[in-house]
Design a protein around this ligand. Structure first.
Ligand code: WT7
Length: 649
């Protein structure tokens, strides 16, 4: 390792020279140390994935065809049958591992629950019977809107057990966002909780769930887990307490054999236009991809490792690396309900020490926050159980990488910077910790079985320098479409470059062939690793009666990666405070979409043809000097905005 000076910001990526080969010690026990898997997959990727599906997944009926690829439609393990909940639970119990802990759950107030695989089997089977009792049939959609409690995972697995696709909506989303997602999926049942704990207080969920049921049309039953103990309104006949329904439910429920291509779940994510997309994931390919990546990317030894992914189950990371991948691999996990700074700024490190976590997976934005809180917080705890660290959700700046490596990893844990998306289902670009020499800030190489290429504007492949990230071959965890909108599926991902999946990210290949992800190149913002569309926030703003027009951009932010910045033109005579507008966005979409700053302006910079110049607004928000504004209809507006931004900074 060579130690160059520390630099920060996105420019630092370009200069980053330090390299970190896996240590000899780590290699001694690593699952992968050489290039064999890469070579095997490069020879024949279908055979490679078929081997993973055979070795890592249990099928009740073998498949006939590995891959049926008619662009943009891929079908994996065609004709095969399996049940994902069986793979995540029953097979471990059948193998004599029923007493093994599946979850060490830690509530934010400090209460805990330990759940073994045998207990998980009982609870999931019971809840599957409950769902059947409420009239849920194979193929029916079920919405889940929950805090980070074990019942969230139980609900997902119970759905998988009976073949009812779930649609989990992050608990921080507003009632309107939940209603939109319920309506789009036409879900029959909603599973929620009275409330959960956050920052030492109960945040109620049931009121938002009630509003969402009012505002949508398809929910027949609401199941409510008692967690917060807060008062709730009740609709007789529609609402049911989870614990009451569970009391009488049998622990016997045979897992339904599902077709490999049956829908496992929908998960909504933001795109470039206003309405969120229901990303479709199916059964056989998804569980193969998540099981494989969870095992090899984290060098998992299921007998001894304690895995902790800090994501919320409301995001794809929680689906793939809290519920499906880790349980399919039969490992022991930590699941934590609350925030990292309650009661103290060392809560995460306390949890790692308490449960002897050996693999830790979190987001760069969290790491930058920990940096602000200071190295003395992790130093209070013994973190020597850690052996692999991961990051996900956004590019990690080298400075944060090095801080993570030194202060959390004690200088000797490999870091896997994992690039993927809601759409990819699982990790796509990442080091393999025993095999890959890492460079801080680079996600390094596509995994075995994944083919990623950069292209320029004209779709020519780029093998050195910057370009658009595309995927040229289907992969098992690939999205199978957008719920109810096949045309949007084709348009969004498959039309920008012929015969390729376009991820929406820019990237760079360096002289050694390392990939450096540079962020979105479309109108999607990445705030603390959460995907938010500029148009979605704009729609929320203009839905306020005082707002005539709004333009939203994501501006670089040292902690959150990007921050939402809004420029708003008020209607004639309207008078509204910036705080009111911020709260309005939070109530329309959710607190994660709340603009960091809103500038009220009499006008917006537009081209002569009337298009808002977002690039320019971004420059203003990031405090850059604006160069050439000759294409602007009225350039004086930019001076005015710049003065406002400078005053606010
Ligand atoms: C977008 C996908 C994957 C689960 C969490 C986010 C960005 C994700 C990385 C990374 C650089 C990353 C991309 C991608 N992203 N991981 N390691 N390095 N950027 O899932 O909400 O679907 O967002 O997150 O821009 O397109 P998502």
């Amino acid at each position: 390792m060579s130690d160059e000076q520390h630099t920060s910001g996105i420019e630092a990526l370009a200069d980053e020279q330090r390299t970190f080969p896996p240590s000899e010690d780590f290699k001694k026990t690593a699952l992968t140390v050489g290039t064999e898997m890469y070579d095997e997959a490069a020879q024949d990727d279908e055979a490679f994935w078929a081997r993973q599906a055979t070795e890592l997944v249990s099928w009740s009926k073998p498949w006939d065809t590995v891959l049926d690829w008619q662009l943009p439609d891929a079908k994996w393990f065609v004709g095969g049958e399996l049940n994902v909940s069986y793979n995540c639970i029953d097979r471990h119990v059948e193998a004599g591992k029923g007493d093994k802990v599946a979850f060490h759950w830690e509530g934010e107030p400090g209460d805990t629950r330990t759940i073994t695989y045998a207990e998980l089997l009982d609870e999931v089977s019971q809840f599957a019977n409950v769902l059947k009792g409420l009239g849920v049939e194979q193929g029916d959609r079920v919405n889940i809107y929950m805090p980070m409690i074990p019942e969230a995972a139980v609900a997902m697995l119970a759905c998988a057990r009976i073949g009812a696709p779930h649609s989990v909506v992050f608990g921080g989303f507003s009632s309107q966002s939940l209603a939109d997602r319920i309506d789009d999926a036409q879900a029959k049942v909603l599973i929620t909780a009275d409330g959960g704990y956050r920052r030492g207080e109960v945040f109620p969920l049931k009121p938002a769930a009630d509003e969402a049921c009012e505002a949508s049309s398809s929910i027949e039953h609401v199941v409510v887990v008692k967690r917060g103990g807060n008062d709730v309104a009740w609709v007789d006949g529609r609402d049911h307490w989870y614990h009451e329904l569970m009391e009488g439910a049998s622990t016997e429920c045979a897992p339904e054999p599902m077709d490999s291509e049956d829908l496992l779940f929908l998960l909504y994510t933001s795109g470039t236009t206003g309405t969120p997309k229901g990303i479709m994931h199916t059964t056989g390919g998804y569980i193969t991809h998540t099981t494989f990546t969870h095992k090899y990317v984290f060098d998992l030894k299921p007998e001894t490792d304690i895995f902790w992914c800090t994501a919320d189950v409301g995001w794809i990371t929680g689906h793939s690396y809290i519920v499906y991948g880790p349980l399919s691999n039969g490992c022991t996990q930590v699941m934590y309900e609350g925030v990292p700074n309650h009661p103290g700024n060392d809560r995460f490190w306390e949890i790692i020490e308490k449960y002897q976590v050996s693999i830790f997976y979190t987001a760069p934005t969290a790491i930058r926050t920990f940096m602000k809180w200071g190295a003395e917080e992790p130093a209070k705890h013994d973190l020597s159980s850690l052996r692999v660290l991961g990051t996900v959700g956004e590019p990690i700046n080298p400075e944060a990488w090095i801080w993570y490596h030194e202060n959390i990893g004690g200088g000797n844990c490999p870091i896997v910077d994992t690039w993927w998306q809601t759409e990819t289902g699982g990790i796509m670009i990442s080091p393999l910790p025993g095999a890959t020499t890492t460079k801080p800030g680079s996600a390094t190489f596509p995994l075995p079985g994944v083919t990623a290429k950069l292209v320029d504007d004209e779709a020519n492949e780029v093998d050195n320098g910057g370009g658009y990230l595309t995927l040229t071959r289907p992969w098992p965890g690939m999205l199978r479409g957008i719920w109810g909108d096949p045309e949007r599926f084709r348009d969004t991902y498959w039309s920008r470059f012929p015969d390729r999946y376009f991820a929406g990210d820019g990237a760079k290949l360096d002289d050694d062939g390392y990939l450096w992800l540079l962020g979105r190149v479309d109108d999607v913002m990445n705030v603390s690793g959460h995907r938010i569309s500029t148009t979605e926030v704009e729609s929320a703003l203009v839905s306020h009666p005082a707002v005539a027009e709004a333009a939203v951009v994501g501006a670089d932010d040292a902690t959150t990666g990007q921050a939402v910045m809004a420029y708003v033109i008020l209607r004639g005579g309207a008078d509204v405070g910036v705080e009111d507008l911020r709260s309005h966005v939070a109530s329309e979409i959710g607190a994660i979409a709340k603009p960091k700053a809103i500038f009220i302006t009499p006008d917006l910079p537009k081209t002569r043809s009337g298009k808002i110049m977002r690039r320019l607004l971004r420059d203003v928000a990031e405090g850059r000097n604006i160069g050439d504004t000759t294409t602007l209809a009225d350039s004086s507006i930019v001076d005015e905005l710049q003065a406002k931004a400078a005053a606010a900074a």
